[in-house]
Design a protein around this ligand. Structure first.
Ligand SMILES: Cc1cc2nc3c(=O)[nH]c(=O)nc-3n(C[C@H](O)[C@H](O)[C@H](O)COP(=O)(O)OP(=O)(O)OC[C@H]3O[C@@H](n4cnc5c(N)ncnc54)[C@H](O)[C@@H]3O)c2cc1C
Length: 393
């Protein structure tokens, strides 16, 4: 097992770090440190284009589609340096980490050539149309319908919690295309342009003041027959593969961001004296241990030869990092004490650590809740009997 990076990988790290440093202390200095998903969208769109022009946008993709053929280790290194440099959160995270890999895995050559380069160039942003009011954990219960009319698919229904739809150009939609079908059968995975009369995006305002996600309505929306990934009725397989990308490899590199957050908690504890509290000290040390364990776990996954080994380990990874970060959010707010309840500015002027607390509540929900992850580990990793499924209506 190799717990570290080779000299070539370290050289790659130096190249990436130098480029990021140049951009983020130069033309994009104003974006440094932005972690909010919704802040400065126009400037972050420009940043996506800049990344694309320098071919740093989707480095794991084949060169033919705008990537660099980067190895998994190089992708992790780039993401680490990205966080270390304080680069802004990716406005096209869903296009780059979810839609793109799924198109690579399931798309025809025509679809790859048409859809991937605009993502790599930072020109087309994507969002995820999975959840509905009665289809979250039970995603197979989706009610959104689609049917063929001439050369188009026509779509009717409603999605909810669609992150960043207000900035997106495309949405991938899990829709029922076989009338009368139930559960995972009869679903299709459709790619739909947002800017059309049949699609309405309505932002949902959160307690943070942000409107990070939306309700998305499809009222006779249309997409070309060519915009289906996989075969009609096979959408479940595509949708599950995408969730594998969402829960697994794409999150391996987050730890540099976590390091920054834990360091901010430690700085605050030292500054306000909370670090003298024996229980806070215990929790800080525990957080440090958890972070190091995740780091070694990630390095082990990287040295595991890729493919199935990464996927099996990744089943446990989502629940591990999400629970760790939620605890870090709780620690942050306890370190702040009463100050954590007071806004730092007008309106929703939350500080960095209060924001960490609020956002980290979502980590154990999106991409599959902790309970759902445990079911998946029980069934797929441990071979336990499937969860009993009664008719819950
Ligand atoms: C920040 C954020 C961003 C999101 N972005 C998107 C997005 O861009 N696109 C999108 O489509 N969706 C998005 N979602 C929605 C997300 O996928 C759902 O919230 C998630 O799948 C859970 O579904 P639900 O909210 O309907 O909860 P429910 O499924 O109603 O679950 C409620 C509770 O019941 C538990 N539960 C449910 N079923 C079981 C079971 N079988 N066994 C044990 N416990 C169970 C759950 O764990 C949970 O605690 C986002 C959510 C969040 C928080």
């Amino acid at each position: 097992m190799k717990l570290g990076f080779s000299p070539e990988e370290e050289a790659f790290r130096a190249e990436a770090a130098a480029w990021l440093q140049g951009e983020l202390s130069g033309p994009f200095a104003d974006l440094r440190g932005i972690t909010s998903l919704t802040a400065a969208p126009d400037r972050r769109r420009e940043w996506e284009r800049r990344l694309g022009a320098a071919r740093w946008g989707c480095i794991g993709w084949p060169e033919a589609y705008g990537g660099r053929n980067a190895t998994l280790a190089e992708q992790v290194i780039f993401a680490e340096e990205y966080a270390r440099a304080g680069a802004p959160s990716r406005l096209n995270h869903i296009g780059v980490e979810l839609a793109g890999p799924t198109i690579l895995a399931f798309g025809s050559d025509e679809q790859k050539a048409r859809l991937l380069p605009p993502i790599a160039r930072g020109e087309q942003l994507w969002c995820q149309g999975y959840s509905e009011t009665n289809a979250g954990s039970d995603l197979a219960n989706v009610r959104t319908r689609a049917w063929r009319e001439g050369e188009d698919w026509v779509i009717e229904g409603q999605k909810v919690w669609t992150s960043l739809a207000q900035f997106s150009d495309w949405i991938f939609v899990v829709a029922r295309t076989e009338p009368g079908s139930k559960g995972p059968k009869g679903l299709s995975f459709l790619l739909v342009k947002i800017d059309q009369p049949g699609v309405t995006v309505r932002p949902i305002r959160q307690i943070t003041g942000d409107a990070e996600f939306n309700e998305t309505f499809f009222d006779g929306a249309r997409t070309d027959a060519a915009n289906i990934l996989g075969e009609p009725g096979q959408g479940w397989q595509v949708a599950m593969a995408l969730l594998g990308f969402e829960r697994g490899v794409s999150t391996l590199a987050q730890q540099m961001g976590f390091r920054n957050e834990l360091d901010a908690v430690i700085r605050a504890a030292k500054a306000n004296g909370a670090a003298r509290d024996p229980l806070i000290r215990q929790r800080i040390a525990k957080a440090e241990i958890g972070l190091r364990l995740m780091r070694y776990g990630a390095l082990r996954m990287l040295s595991g030869g890729g493919g199935g080994a990464v996927e099996a380990a990744a089943l446990t990874y989502k629940i591990q990092w999400a629970s760790w970060r939620r605890s870090l959010g709780e620690l942050a707010i306890d370190v702040l004490g009463i100050a954590g309840e007071i806004g730092e500015g007008p309106g929703y002027g939350f500080g960095e650590l209060s924001t960490l607390f609020l956002y980290s509540r979502a980590d154990t929900i999106y991409g599959g809740t902790n309970q759902i992850q445990r079911n998946i580990i029980a069934e797929r990793a441990l071979g336990l009997p499937r969860e009993p499924r009664g008719d819950i209506g």
